[in-house]
Design a binder for this molecule. Structure first.
Ligand SMILES: Cc1cc2nc3c(=O)[nH]c(=O)nc-3n(C[C@H](O)[C@H](O)[C@H](O)COP(=O)(O)OP(=O)(O)OC[C@H]3O[C@@H](n4cnc5c(N)ncnc54)[C@H](O)[C@@H]3O)c2cc1C
Ligand code: FES
Length: 484
């Protein structure tokens, strides 16, 4: 989704700027032709890179420079200052880089440098890698295998009929109608064949045989592997509502789900969202953007209080109410019939359709049947290796020993899944990288972004800084005096 800027900012860097205008550790945005270029002075060197992140175009000048890298302020993608390589997801594409020269106290930006070439860093090269899952972790692993110049066979199997998509977008801009569908795939269709990735869609895996090192397809066929990555993600909890026509109650996980909701919204006036979860509320925001009347029904007293605490829960509620969302909290839906819902307290709400966002379950059945060690998810070590040494697991299904909290955790975030896919890829090639990323997620509600760093399943103290009501604040979740 990166776009070229119509009006380049700052000075023309090809004409040179005074060295003194870029202090040590400083950043400055100028342009080269039509392109915005960021100059970074770090240690004794000066780097010139594209000024916007290749994920969603975040302004890198507001990011952090750490140890030869630059971190995007929006969703924390990490790029190498020297090569522009997207070292850590959620960005995958490198930043464009330019040659920099210094002459007579001035900095000049010269020609654009070639894209970094895949570097062969593998220690061992298994002949064939099979990835079960065409989502965040599966895609990130496949992309990283080729980036590391792995020359062996890569087969990606997915029971989805769509190629890997930008799943977070399915409840946000795409559902709201402000992002076209061509922004949703993570890569164009041709990318997979062009990079020798054998992506097989609509293929369901029925079993894994770790002794024979084979996956067994639901149609009985088998595929052998030398290394296997399990990245089967999670599936939405389905609600059974008495009286509900199945065609009028939706859940949201796939592109097909999002398309179905959009199609239904086009002929509807009122929608019911069941569950005040992140996904439920993002759906509520998107349906409001489409002009629908939206009612949210959820059992808790405040939206997302359990995850974010009462202060943020109130802010989120106020934010949605400002936009016209009606909340029915401390309540549940006891029946949904054509055209209306009945709540536990007897309230009757008119609604043409419902979207349930009441949680997900990790898809661990394959791992369980294969006899892999489980621990409320698939248990992996810090290298993301399961109890079967040739099988790795990543993403929503994986529970890993988190060195920051000292606990084993499983989280359902896009950035964690993509980074785990990247680490698993490195480890399937023998690079021995521990997964040490701090968990991070974001959620978008209208023009407000909520960014969450770390992982606090419980806390005994909440410290609020700034002004949450003015949508500019920070909440620290502390347990025993520590911020996890
Ligand atoms: C609508 C929506 C919005 C979200 N927004 C955000 C957000 O804003 N921020 C954030 O941090 N996170 C967000 N998330 C969560 C994030 O998308 C997930 O954490 C992430 O996708 C998990 O990646 P994964 O690779 O583990 O699983 P997935 O991306 O779900 O991929 C799993 C893949 O496995 C395949 N599969 C499963 N079982 C089988 C089988 N037996 N045979 C063949 N294929 C199989 C599936 O078809 C799929 O291709 C959102 C999720 C949804 C649904
Ligand atoms: S815009 Fe940079 S990480 Fe998302």
């Amino acid at each position: 989704m990166a776009e070229e800027s119509a009006n380049p900012t700052g000075p023309d860097l090809t004409k040179g700027i005074a060295l003194a205008s870029l202090p040590e550790g400083g950043m400055l945005v100028g342009h080269v032709g039509e392109e915005d270029v960021l100059l970074v002075r770090s240690d004794t060197e000066i780097f010139a890179l594209a000024a916007h992140c290749t994920h969603y175009h975040g302004p890198l000048a507001d990011g952090l420079v750490v140890d030869g890298t630059i971190r995007c302020p929006w969703h924390h993608a990490c790029f190498d200052l020297r090569s522009g390589e997207a070292l850590r997801a959620p960005a995958f594409e490198p930043l464009a880089c330019w040659k920099v020269e210094q002459q007579e106290g001035k900095i000049f930006v010269r020609e654009r440098l070639p894209k970094p070439r895949p570097a062969s860093r593998a220690r061992n090269t298994p002949g064939k890698i099979v990835i079960v899952g065409g989502g965040a972790a599966g895609f990130a692993a496949a992309e990283m295998l080729r980036r590391l110049d792995y020359q062996g066979e890569v087969i990606m199997l997915s029971d989805d009929t769509a190629p890997p998509v930008d799943r977070p977008n399915l409840s946000k801009d795409y559902l709201a109608g402000s992002a076209p569908e061509e922004w949703v795939p993570l890569r164009p269709d041709a990318y997979y064949a062009d990079n020798g990735l054998d992506l097989r869609l609509g293929v369901r895996i029925g079993a894994i045989d770790p002794d024979a090192r084979q996956v067994v397809l639901a149609d009985g066929g088998t595929i052998s592997y030398d290394r296997l990555l399990l990245a089967t993600g999670a599936e939405p909890v389905q609600l059974t509502l008495p009286g509900a026509p199945p065609t009028d109650v939706f859940t949201l996980r796939s592109l097909a789900d999002s398309r179905r909701i959009i199609a239904r919204a086009q002929t509807a006036r009122r929608a019911l969202v069941i569950g005040a979860s992140f996904i439920g509320l993002e759906v509520a925001a998107s349906l409001r953007a489409r002009g629908l009347e939206v009612h949210v029904v959820a059992p808790e007293a405040r939206p997302m209080e359990k995850i974010l605490g009462p202060q943020l829960g109130d802010v989120i509620r106020a934010l949605h109410e400002e936009k016209g969302v009606h909340f029915h909290l401390g309540n549940t839906v006891s029946a949904f019939e054509a055209g209306y819902a009945t709540l536990k307290d007897g309230t009757r709400l008119e609604a043409d359709f419902a979207v349930a966002g009441v949680g997900v379950r990790p898809r661990i059945q394959l791992a369980e049947a294969a006899g892999l060690a489980l621990d409320r998810g698939v248990a992996v070590n810090s290298y993301l290796q399961t109890s079967a040494p040739d099988i790795y697991a990543a993403g929503d299904i994986a529970r890993w020993p988190d060195r920051h909290s000292g606990s084993s955790i499983r989280v359902e975030h896009w950035v964690v899944a993509t980074r785990q896919g990247q680490t698993a890829a490195r480890n399937m090639l023998g690079l021995g990288e521990e997964f040490t990323s701090v968990p991070f997620f974001w959620s978008q509600h209208y023009d407000v972004s909520i960014n969450y760093v770390g992982h606090a399943e419980s806390w005994d103290e909440l410290a609020v800084e700034g002004d949450l009501l003015a949508k500019d604040g920070l909440v620290r979740f502390r347990r025993g005096g520590n911020t996890d």
